[in-house]
Design a protein around this ligand. Structure first.
Ligand SMILES: C[S@@+](CC[C@H](N)C(=O)[O-])C[C@H]1O[C@@H](n2cnc3c(N)ncnc32)[C@H](O)[C@@H]1O
Length: 281
């Protein structure tokens, strides 16, 4: 069976440059507002297509080295194209942040934006890695999303997916079981609450400051959200439906989001928190 264009997009996480304009890219200036004035070495964890590294390389002439650690080969390739013009100031490496490996440099700036939920339940490993690698007095900037959870642990994107599954004929009450049967841990369960995260961070780092604001996603059409979902969540959720129905699933996600946009004036709105942390002692 041939895959539809949106399934191919999801399997390669393609289209993130466009999709991230709806949400993730909006956090860049907010995050870098907490960075040191003249960083020397920046490591971006879960660096995606290299957008944040591109910004720091452009913004800070002091930056001698920018390193991206990222799991997805497709994203690393896109990042390499984007950052080629910066020559040997850039290093990109394939890495699984749930099993972070030692790096032979000591960054004074580490960032990790819109990634932490994918590392649940072993987030402490990356915090330990940051604690070991960050130069004394260096800065680690982290963003985390905090959707409300229902009694099944579903919230945020899970809600939109639930609406799509119901539109495709799944009994609403059976959706949490479908998640469990396919080992799809709800995204709202993957994000710890802020107190739990604070405790976890403080085991390895010192939380110097936090800030919070609303992350609002708005779209102009169902198709726009369909592509945002495929570029951001890939095939994480679509594996809950049989292969022949996957194109319908992505379309139903777009339509569910568009209904919300029309009813509420946005698809989703949830707190996003920025953590500024530094080394202990
Ligand atoms: C929502 S994107 C965020 C990308 C970028 N940091 C940003 O703010 O736009 C999440 C990124 O984390 C990466 N990622 C997820 N799990 C990972 C893991 N275990 N190790 C490394 N990267 C991972 C994904 O491939 C993806 O590029």
């Amino acid at each position: 069976m041939t895959s539809s264009a949106v399934e191919i997009q999801a399997s390669t996480l393609a289209g993130y440059a466009d999709a991230s304009r709806l949400r993730q890219a909006n956090d860049q200036d907010w995050v870098l507002g907490q960075a040191p004035a003249a960083p020397r070495v920046h490591v971006d964890l879960g660096s995606g297509i290299g957008q944040l590294l591109e910004t720091t390389l452009e913004r800070y002439p002091s930056l001698q080295r920018a390193v991206g650690l990222e799991q997805s080969e497709h994203r690393l390739r896109e990042a390499a194209d984007r950052l080629r013009r910066f020559g040997d100031r850039v290093r990109l490496r394939q890495a699984d942040l749930t099993r972070p490996e030692p790096l032979e440099i000591s960054p004074d700036l580490v960032t990790m934006t819109s990634v932490l939920h994918w590392l649940f339940p072993v987030e402490e490993r990356i915090f330990a890695w940051v604690g070991q690698h960050l130069a004394p007095g260096g800065t680690f900037l982290l963003t985390t999303y905090h959707p409300a959870r229902d009694e099944h642990g579903l919230g945020g994107e899970d809600e939109i997916v639930r609406e799509a599954l119901v539109a495709l004929g799944t009994d609403r009450a059976l959706v949490p079981r479908l998640f469990a049967e396919h080992d799809v841990l709800p995204i709202a369960t993957r994000t710890r609450d802020t107190e739990g995260l604070h405790r976890l961070l403080e085991l390895r780092l010192r939380v110097a400051a936090t800030a919070e604001r609303d992350a609002v996603v708005q779209v102009g059409s169902a198709a726009e959200y369909e592509h945002f979902h495929a570029a951001t969540f890939g095939d994480y959720y679509s594996r809950m439906v049989e292969p022949g129905l996957r194109a319908d699933f992505f379309r139903a996600v777009g339509e569910a989001a568009w209904r919300r946009q029309q009813d509420r004036g946005h698809v989703s709105s949830m707190p996003v928190r920025l953590w500024k942390t530094t080394t202990r002692g």
